[in-house]
Each structure stands twice: as C-alpha cells, then as structure tokens.
Design a binder for this molecule. Structure first.
Ligand SMILES: *Cc1c(COP(=O)(O)O)cnc(C)c1O
Length: 383
C-alpha cells in the first residue's frame, strides 16, 4: 500500500536518537531547549514550548489565553477533532465557522458574518483557531483585523504547516496570532514520533505554557506563595499536567528540522507534478492563494459527481494498493458534537466538500513512477 503520508527516517536521525539513549538525559535534559531554540530560529518566533503532542499544545494554548467555562472557541469544521476538543477540555463551548469552497480553509467572509451576529447576541468567541488546512495558510491578515475589531485571541493550528510561508514569512512567527501550534506526528511534515510545539512572542504566555506542561510547578521564588523551605523547594501554584516531550524525541526533531526545507520542496515538486498529470481529468485540484507558500501536507482533489462517485474511486484505489484517504469528516458531524446539538447543515460548504474529497498519497518518499501509477489508477477509477 502506498501510504497517504509517511515519515522519512535516515541514518542521521537514528544516530541522533541512539546518542541520546547513551547520554545522561532521556527527558528534561538539554535537547528540549535546543529543539525549542531551533524552532524559534526557523519560525522567527521569540518563544517555543515543546510538548508531547499538538493536542497538548492546543490545550495549553487555550489555558494560557484564559479559556474557561462560559467562554467560546470557534474553529473550522474541516480539521482533525483536536482543534475543537481543546476548548472542551477547558469547559468552554465550541462553534464552527464554515469553510471557503475553494481553499477549504475557514472562510473569512463566513467568520465576519458570524462575528457580526454574535456581537448582537453578546456571544462573541474568546479564541478563534484558524487551521492551515493541508499546509495552505489561512487569510491571516484578515482574521487578525477581525480579532482587533471584535477582541478575540488567535491560535493558529499549524499542525500541517511547519515549513509553510505566508506573505514571505514563516508560519509560526505569530505576526497575526497569539500562539501557533505544530504537530510532529509521523504523517506530518517532520516527526518526533509523537510531539508538538507552541510558538509565541509573548513571554508571559510562554512561561505559563511551560509551567502547565509540568504540573503547574515552579521553582521561581518570585511566584511562591510565601517563602520556600530551602534550596529543594518547588511549589505547585496551579493545576498542570505532564505534557513533557522527551530528549529522545527532541533529538529526532532536531535532526528532522535540518531536512525540513528539503521535505517541503520535494512535496512542492510532487504537488506541481500532480497538477500537471491531473490537468485533463474530471476532478478539481487544490488551489491556494498567491500570498501563501504551502508545505503540502496533503494533496486533496474533489470529484465532480459527489458521494457515490467518491466512494467508488476511493474503494477502487484502495483495492489497487493506493492509500487514498479522506480529510476531514466535518468535526461537527461526529457523534460527540451531534450530542452537543450540532446539525450537519450547520456548515453546508464543509459538508459538500466532504462528500467529494479524496486525499492522494503525498510524502517525500513517493517517486515519479509511483506517482504515475497513482494517476493512472485514478484515471481508470473515474471512468
Ligand atoms: C494532527 C493534527 C492535530 C493533532 O496533532 P497530534 O500531534 O497528533 O496531537 C491537531 N490538528 C490538526 C489540524 C492535525 O492535523
């Protein structure tokens, strides 16, 4: 089976991990800070907090921004469930902003309309989470302008988008957001096995996420409630978690980061070649705005005859050993969210996209011959 996404592990990655296993620190050692500094350098953000998953990073980001009971978080329905669940962990309400039918990202127009109505009802969100679907940046300048007008915070879910750029700057520099979150799961652009990170330019948000990553414990006496008992003292000043990433994972992450640009340019080349090979087929290829340089986490096409055709094509390709996939089942249609009262038609664009989308395999390990096989199989399946 040709997988839709897959990690690239080379000897340097293996050596880096093995060296760490032989070192004094398996966790809470020097490689965590080195990995965080390397992400700061790459994304040109002031602070990075590395954690054990993007899901944890989203949770910490929400807590650091003060999300709690009675608050609202809005995100896109065309995402992995984690982009919405982070609000539920904090006891907050979730709502979904429908997608743009061309980019499949959160529609800025739909967001503006929804904000206008929410303001009249006194139900504005505290946080909006735009998701850079497939590694294509959202319209961050416009979303940022709306945040100024309506007073919400922004967490960019850039789980698909490390190595991507927006207006000639790296995603993760937080020029238009409070916090950006990355995932290092093996299907994403670079991997640490499991892992994630939050970047920010606000030192208070960074410090708070660091503390919450490790139980809410501090060794900073300035934050102590009363004097410490001695040099051994630490205090738990709030309720935190164990969301730490290990030095073993960071060794892999540091090694992978060196090849990030190479991975993205290979993905870019494969996407360009898909564009050409598919040009005469009756499908709609992915499009992106001129001001974004995508990381091409996913290459998603839509078929023109809807659900039944999508199922036929999907089954035929899986039968032929091609690991096509579907991204995403709209989050608001998941049974958990249905029980909270959401209806499929709450986001009609996300529904209509979902019924016809297919993700073709795309990762740096795919060669030109495999890509031709994928396209030939697709062509037959469409007939
Ligand atoms: C993968 C993914 C996540 C969750 O990442 P983990 O590191 O697996 O927790 C969150 N949001 C999006 C959009 C993702 O694709």
């Amino acid at each position: 089976m040709i997988a839709y996404g897959k990690q690239q592990i080379n000897q340097a990655d293996i050596d880096a991990v093995v060296d760490t296993l032989r070192s004094d620190w398996l966790t809470q050692g020097p490689l965590v800070e080195r990995f965080e500094q390397a992400i700061c350098d790459y994304t040109r953000s002031a602070h990075t907090v590395a954690v054990n998953s993007a899901t944890s990073a989203l949770h910490l980001a929400c807590l650091a921004l003060g999300l709690g009971k009675g608050d609202r978080l809005w995100t896109s329905p065309n995402t992995f469930v984690a982009s919405a669940n982070c609000a539920r962990y904090c006891g907050a309400e979730v709502d979904f902003v429908d997608i743009d039918p061309h980019t499949y990202n959160m529609s800025t127009q739909a967001l503006a309309q929804k904000l206008h109505i929410a303001e009249q009802q006194g139900k504005l969100p505290k946080i909006v989470v735009p998701v850079h679907f497939a590694g294509h940046s959202c319209d961050m300048q416009a979303i940022h302008a709306l945040s100024q007008q309506y007073g919400f915070a922004i967490i960019e879910d850039a789980s698909h988008a490390i190595g991507a750029r927006y207006r000639d700057e790296p995603i993760g520099n937080c020029r238009y957001s409070d916090i950006t979150v990355f995932s290092f799961h093996p299907v994403k652009i670079i991997t640490t096995g499991e892992g994630g990170a939050a970047t920010t330019n606000d030192p208070r948000l960074a410090e708070h996420m660091q503390r919450l990553r490790s139980h809410g414990i501090t060794r900073d006496e300035a934050l102590f409630a009363g004097p410490g008992d001695g040099d051994w003292s630490y205090q738990q000043i709030e309720l935190g978690f164990n969301y730490r990433i290990t030095d073993i994972q960071c060794a892999l992450g540091l090694s992978q980061l060196k090849r990030l640009d190479e991975f993205v340019s290979r993905r870019q080349a494969l996407a360009a070649s898909y564009d050409q090979l598919l040009a005469t087929l009756p499908i709609t290829p992915p499009v992106h705005a001129d001001d974004c340089y995508p990381s091409w986490h996913l290459y998603v096409i839509t078929v023109q005859q809807g659900m039944a055709q999508r199922k036929r094509v999907f089954d035929a390709m899986r039968c032929a050993g091609i690991g096509v996939n579907v991204h995403y089942i709209p989050v608001h249609t998941q049974p958990y969210y249905r029980r909270l009262g959401f209806q499929p038609n709450d986001c009609p664009q996300a529904m209509s996209y979902y019924q016809s989308c297919i993700t073709l395999p795309l990762h740096p390990g795919i060669d030109n011959r495999q890509q031709h096989d994928i396209v030939n199989t697709l062509q037959q399946a469409l007939q």
